[in-house]
Design a protein around this ligand. Structure first.
Ligand code: NAD
Length: 486
């Protein structure tokens, strides 16, 4: 197994991986192992940051903030865009590394790596202009947007580089500095990004520290961090919000989801099946926005189910490093155990498997077969919880009010989709769904200009667009009297 350590010499040794603190590459006394989920082999040792190292990173961010926040926004934007160009230049390295540490096949790695470069360049162009609220004979009132200070970014393991970029780009464009903590399961692409960033950013503007959940807790309670940008599970999000509350930090929380897809009676089963398949199984269903409940109208239920089964049989699951692989493994051992619980629950409750259902653990790698469960009860674990793995319930509906109520009967509200040919019906149902993004006859279309965030317990705030940029600023109103005698 070749390890693509960023610089200077590719080796598999622990020394190759360093954090980025105050513009320097910093090792830690302790390290933790990073695994390739397709082989279960250790591919690298990553530094386990000490409390003192986190403090150093935050202090350097605070020092750098003084100059960076005063740097003209066009210059900040140029530096952020240049980081996007560096990703493009190192795309092959990023993609190989991403497949090794995350497990995703080439197509998914391309989407994520090139997407990260695009996001950096596009967010770099966004501006929050000062608003003149009032300008009459008596008074001039303006609202301007000022940066917050040091941002703490905490990211998950499913899209490690893209979800870091969704935080880094707006934070830096708005004039903040940042300390990023990637998931301990996928720290390597973020470490590579941090190292490259030092070519285009002043020291201390972009720090990367690596470690486990304890390090995350220290970030959320750190007195000198002004804002937490977090993507992860709803359960962790609750802890993050509680911890950040002590110092009234700003928070953006992008959390879990249980996205419904509603399939109308007028679809062509063969045409819609591949689209529904990828809506559910992209990134091996380790996707906050994966369609996790497919509600199919009873008139076409059997036909859509059978078309899904036929299509799923053509999809190759395997090591993402192999060219023809379309779906990789589950990313880590704890998640593999969690996914197995959904299989066990469905088996114990006598659910019917339209496809899959048996996990073969005789070979290395955390592999799970694509599994379709035929119309399980609405209150089953598989329907109510977020499996975050390739086991999907297909559910039957006949009445529009009923299916909308079932789709909305969840604590989550991240995304949803509606599929069919009758435009008014599609629009009517879309507007009734309680979700931050509702896709119609498509899914997973994101843009740097499109607000993305969750309703209900799927999160607070949003990422991307000027709304997302706004979350990295304070509003400041300045009101000046024109006639005062002073
Ligand atoms: P997780 O919540 O376990 O971990 C996310 C990050 O939080 C990791 O870096 C982890 O080390 C850190 N962390 C853990 N405990 C912490 C604590 N108490 N305080 C501070 N930080 C802590 O999530 P995960 O398993 O890595 O990711 C999967 C989850 O993320 C799923 O629920 C998925 O739906 C969600 N997700 C949401 C979005 C979105 O944009 N809404 C995107 C991707 C993933």
């Amino acid at each position: 197994m070749t390890i693509l350590a960023p610089n200077p010499t590719p080796t598999a040794s622990s020394e190759a991986w360093t954090m980025i603190i105050d513009g320097e590459q910093v090792a830690a006394e302790k390290t933790f192992s990073v695994y390739n989920p397709a082989t279960e082999e250790v591919i690298a040792e990553a530094p386990d940051a000490t409390v003192a190292q986190l403090d150093r990173a935050v202090a350097s961010g605070a020092r750098a903030f003084v100059g960076w926040s005063k740097t003209p926004i066009d210059e900040r934007g140029k530096a952020v865009a240049a980081l996007g160009d560096l990703i493009d230049e190192h795309a092959e390295e990023f993609m190989a590394l991403l497949t090794q540490e995350q497990g995703k096949p080439r197509a998914g790695a391309e989407w994520e790596v090139y997407g990260s470069a695009i996001w950096l360049r596009e967010i770099a162009r966004q501006r929050l202009e000062t608003e003149v609220v009032l300008d009459d004979d008596d008074r001039r009132v303006i609202t301007r947007y000022t940066p917050l200070g040091v941002v703490g970014a905490i990211t998950p393991w499913n899209f490690p580089i893209l979800l870091a970029v969704w935080k880094i780009a707006p934070a830096l464009v708005a004039g903040n500095t940042i300390v990023v903590k990637p998931s301990p399961f996928t720290p390597l692409t973020t470490l590579l990004l941090g190292r490259l960033a030092q070519q285009v950013l002043p020291a201390g503007v972009f720090n990367v520290v690596t470690g486990g959940d304890e390090l995350g807790k220290r970030i959320t309670s750190h007195p000198d961090i002004a804002k937490i940008a977090f993507t992860g599970s709803t359960e962790t999000g609750r802890h993050v919000a509680a911890s950040a509350a002590a110092t009234i930090k700003r928070v953006t929380l992008e959390l879990g989801g249980n996205d419904p897809a509603i399939v109308l009676a007028d679809v062509d089963p063969a045409a819609v099946a591949p689209q529904l398949f990828w809506a559910a199984f992209q990134n091996n269903a380790q996707f906050c926005n994966a369609s996790k409940r497919i509600y199919i109208h009873e008139d076409v239920y059997d036909a859509v189910r059978d078309a899904l089964v036929d299509y799923a049989r053509t999809v190759k699951v395997g090591n993402g490093a192999e060219e023809d692989t379309q779906l990789g493994p589950i990313q880590n051992a704890p998640q593999f155990e969690k996914v197995k619980e959904f299989f066990a629950d469905s088996r114990e409750n006598g659910h019917v498997f339209a496809l899959g259902g048996e996990i073969d653990e005789s070979q290395p790698g955390w592999f799970v077969p694509v599994t379709l469960v035929d119309n399980p009860p609405e209150d089953s674990k598989l329907v109510v919880e977020e499996p975050f793995g390739p086991i999907l319930p297909l559910l039957k509906w006949s009445d529009e009010d009923d299916v909308v109520a079932r789709a909305n009967d969840t604590v989550w509200g991240l995304g949803a989709s509606v599929w069919g040919n009758h435009v008014e019906t599609l629009q009517r149902i879309a507007e009734r769904l309680e979700a931050g993004t509702v896709w119609v006859n498509e899914v997973h279309q994101y843009s740097p200009y499109q607000a993305f965030g969750g309703h209900k317990q799927s999160g607070i705030g949003c990422e991307n667009s000027l709304h997302g940029l706004n979350e990295y600023t304070n509003w400041q109103t300045i009101t000046r009297s024109k006639n005062a005698q002073v």
